[in-house]
Design a protein around this ligand. Structure first.
Ligand SMILES: [Mg+2]
Length: 166
């Protein structure tokens, strides 16, 4: 087992960026400022399976949108942080509240603002559509693109490292 695979098996919390990870990075903005995004239903099942296996899930987004709140609440994601200016601090707050160490967390991101948190956690994961610097840094890069099953792939990767049937 490589170091990263071993760390993946010990992961107790998976945190995800939203834009470019749960979505393809695009969003629709109406004249009155309402944002809408497209989520993938297969990602939802992956998140549910992760939670069912006792792995905590968090989403940490730099933007703020009602659609994200609604979708993540629907999936019963216990930690939803939006409008986040400091993702490392947000994860530390969740870690403190849950008693989970940063080394037992995985983070999934796609862009430069994700790098400090990717460098802070035990397992760093980039999505296929991530920018080059992020993909170059991370322990893993998904085959699927954000919004097209990348989240599901990460959920299955974590569960399979833990020996959970999927
Ligand atoms: Mg992003």
């Amino acid at each position: 087992m490589s170091g990263a695979t071993e760390r993946l098996a010990g992961i107790r919390l998976v945190a995800f960026d939203v834009d470019g990870v749960f979505t393809d990075g695009r969003f629709y903005l109406s004249d009155d400022g309402v944002e809408s995004k497209t989520f993938h239903t297969q990602d939802g099942f992956g998140v549910r399976e992760l939670l069912r296996a006792g792995v905590a899930v968090a989403v940490i987004s730099g933007r703020r949108s009602g659609a994200v709140e609604r979708r993540m609440t629907e999936l019963r994601v216990p930690h939803i942080v939006q409008g986040c200016k400091d993702k490392v601090a947000a994860l530390e707050e969740i870690a403190g509240a849950t008693g989970i160490a940063a080394g037992e967390c995985a983070y999934v991101g796609d862009d430069i603002p994700d790098l400090p948190l990717l460098q802070h956690v035990g397992v760093s994961i980039a999505v296929a559509n991530g920018v080059e610097q992020v993909r170059a840094y991370c322990d893993y890069t998904t085959s699927a693109r954000g919004g097209f099953g990348a989240v599901r792939e990460v959920c299955e990767m974590v569960l399979s490292a833990k020996g959970e049937p999927s």
